[in-house]
Design a protein. Structure first.
Length: 128
């Protein structure tokens, strides 16, 4: 049976404009903040999120979603469950399409992939 947990879905590291390194953020989220899940959404890069996900997988029970806060021409857009960096500077529509493009390609090929939007949130709590 799923259990309720605590999550923060918009965090930054020193890879963009945050104060902690990816490993420091994982340690803080897991041990001091008592979080079960985080999404690292550095500006225009997924490198910090990848480093944090690798670190968390080896050293904690914390789940890390690889995300990015993409700078579109129309404002910032957060993409989650990313495998590749999304090019900044596109229109909002093109940015959203680029975030969803890998899922659409897999669907056309008949493959299954996790959704880009996480629907397990209710009242500020995450269900695992």
């Amino acid at each position: 049976m799923p259990r309720w947990g605590r999550a923060d879905l918009h965090m930054h590291t020193t890879v963009s404009d945050g104060w902690p390194t990816p490993s420091q953020l994982v340690e803080h989220a897991a041990r001091r903040a008592g979080l079960d899940l985080i999404a690292i959404t550095d500006h225009d890069t997924i490198e910090g999120a990848r480093r944090a996900a690798d670190y968390a997988a080896r050293r904690t029970k914390l789940h890390v979603i690889v995300g990015e806060e993409v700078s579109s021409r129309d404002g910032h857009i957060i993409g989650l469950f990313l495998e590749h960096r999304v090019k900044p500077g596109l229109s909002a529509a093109a940015t959203i399409h680029a975030i969803h493009e890998p899922v659409l390609a897999d669907a056309a090929a008949g493959a299954h992939r996790e959704p880009r939007a996480w629907s397990g949130l209710a009242g500020g709590r995450a269900r695992f």
